[in-house]
Write a protein that binds this ligand. Structure first.
Ligand code: DX5
Ligand code: ZN
Length: 253
């Protein structure tokens, strides 16, 4: 069977962008060579911060119809399929008996999200969430916080399209890259040569070499791209480093 070719993909995070200009900031990143956009959804519970959710993404989607959108779901209950807190009302304030939407998964799919990346620490039922995400038509990403051992994800790798190794504690942009997370990336790459492995947190031109060498091929970068004078140059530099590592590793295999 032929091997799947691994590709480098750069997905800037808009977390530290000017969120009052979400569309123009997103378009600027796409024009700068982003392969996808990494949208950090936070619920103020799983992490001590709040951002935006599917209603805003639904407004953004038609303005950038071709973009691949990944949501990084830093939420406590990614599996909650029925809305427990919201009384379903129609636009005249009457109870909407027909609605049976999930709290996050189905509304995300409805908003036009392409990949739903949730945290393994936030659920007891990883297979159920993976199945629901797929049934909703999205790709599946599973994320691990810095304190979570990589061996825990082994039994779920086949259910996922991508594994995310956090290189900072989730919740805020602009934090220091945790070099000691590279062991997890190396372990995954050694065991799964064709897996999409994403890193997120403190990744930029000064840390991309470590990520690439460890085997990451999907690169989230927030402040290093957003704050750059020339975001296109930063994206291109990181892409070169990762592509070179992929080629080198494939020759060595
Ligand atoms: C942190 C978020 C990251 C963050 C990355 O919780 O998941 O996506 O925005 O930003 P930088 O690259 O600035 O660490
Ligand atoms: Zn993120």
């Amino acid at each position: 069977m032929s091997k799947k070719a691994l590709h480098c993909k750069i997905g800037p995070s808009v977390l530290n962008a000017d969120l009052s200009q979400l569309y123009s900031e997103s378009q600027r990143l796409l024009n700068s060579g982003a392969d996808y956009l990494h949208l950090d959804v936070m619920d103020g519970n799983f992490v001590p911060n709040l951002t935006f959710g599917h209603p805003i993404i639904k407004c953004l989607r038609p303005k950038i119809p071709e973009a691949f959108l990944e949501t990084h779901m830093m939420v406590s209950k990614p599996e909650q399929l029925k809305c427990q807190f919201r009384v379903e009302l129609d636009c005249r304030g009457r109870r909407d008996r027909g609605s049976n939407l999930g709290q996050w998964i189905e509304p995300s799919a409805d908003a036009g999200v392409d990949q739903y990346t949730f945290h393994i620490e936030a659920t007891d039922d990883v297979p159920l969430i993976c199945r629901k995400i797929r049934e909703s038509g999205m790709k599946v990403g599973i994320g691990l916080k810095p304190g979570t051992a990589v061996s825990i994800v082994e039994k779920y790798v086949d259910l996922a399209d991508m594994i995310l190794i956090m290189t900072v504690e989730p919740g805020f942009g602009g934090q220091k890259f945790m070099t000691d997370m590279m062991g997890k990336v190396k372990w995954l790459r050694n065991n799964y040569p064709e897996l999409d492995i994403e890193v997120d947190g403190g990744v930029g031109p000064s840390t991309i070499g470590l990520c690439a060498e460890a085997g990451a091929n999907m690169i989230v970068s927030g402040t290093a791209v957003i704050g750059a004078e020339d975001p296109g140059k930063v994206i291109a530099t990181m892409r070169d480093v990762v592509e070179n590592s992929i080629q080198k590793n494939q020759l060595e295999r």
